[in-house]
Design a protein around this ligand. Sequence first.
Ligand SMILES: Cc1ncc(COP(=O)(O)O)c(C=O)c1O
Length: 390
Amino acid sequence: MRYNFEEIVNRENTDSVKFDLRKVIFEKEDVIPMWVADMDFKTPDFIINAIKERTKHEVFGYSIRSKSYFDSIINWLDRRHNWKIESDWISFSPGIVPAINMAVLAFTNPGDNIIVQPPVYFPFFSAIQNNDRNQIENPLVLKDGRYCIDFDDLAIKLKDAKVLLLSNPHNPGGSVWTKEELQKMGELCADNNVLIFADEIHADLVFEGFKYTPIASISEEIADTTITFIAPSKTFNIAALATSSVIASNKEVKEKYDKVLDTIHVGMGNVFGTVASEAAYTYGDEWLSQLMEYLSDNLDYAENYIKTNIPEITLIRPEGTYLVWLDCSKLNLKGKDLKDFMIQDASLGFNDGRMFGTGGNGFMRMNIACPKQTLEKALVNLEKAVASIR
Ligand SMILES: Cc1ncc(COP(=O)(O)O)c(C=O)c1O
């Protein structure tokens, strides 16, 4: 079966964050929304069918997650990523951001140092700051068009830290950390008794030529000090079904996390998220490979278009994720001026790079998980706006 990623689905007035909050976020209704990390594609049929099938029962009382749900996660991770996990390593969270916050509560105390690698997904900062923990930065370094880790700096920062909060693959830089990089990070953390919170939500969205490695799969020693967060939400565009997994092979680590989950009492989840997740992980391979082909074409298109027509902007080609980090520093607009330019002059709803912390000023994040037609319109808007200030 060929899936249709070209179809324009009208998402307006569907309570979509990306579309229906434009006025609130950008103070302008008609920006092309390329910000929030969800996709403008329909959720695949095998997921819709599983949800429809469950509605036929017509009773939606408190529910559990069955063996087949856990097996679908175990088999997916083994089949796709060669990571062999066991059922009793798997815990739950409605989302990855709540999971990170629960882990912060479970494993750290106010004032503890937590390391982030900016520019990075901004809810990492709030998970630290809102819980009165101390944010320590190990900024990434942009080398020959790829974001890399400054290991010397990391080794220093780890001496006095409790946790490394990792984005693998990295949002917004797009680096899919190699096994060697992860091993080095993992060993440094283990040597310093530092726990790794591995946000691996973008694990499945990796372009040809690159390989995602779950950091916990590298060695028992690293697995022992790692808690991993994964979900079908980005991969299959089902974020609103609020179903994610938290994986820890270390029994003590899992028990500590579960204690917070039970205290807050959000472990129940929702029955539609459960059936959707199981269907995604059971039947999703073919759809995902077609999605990645489509996203790869979009990425090629955007990269070539920008290179040819908008030389003032540099697209940092991501190795994974559908989020593209644009270096706009040669426009000589920074901060609010760059943000206003994108909204007012180009009618584009991007994420302002400054949200991602150190190293983000002068950058914009563009979401390319949309039909090609939308991307084309956005790039024309961008080209015209840049031409007007040349
Ligand atoms: C790195 C990363 N972590 C977490 C999330 C969101 O997770 P959730 O919606 O499950 O809380 C995103 C969404 O963009 C993300 O990019």
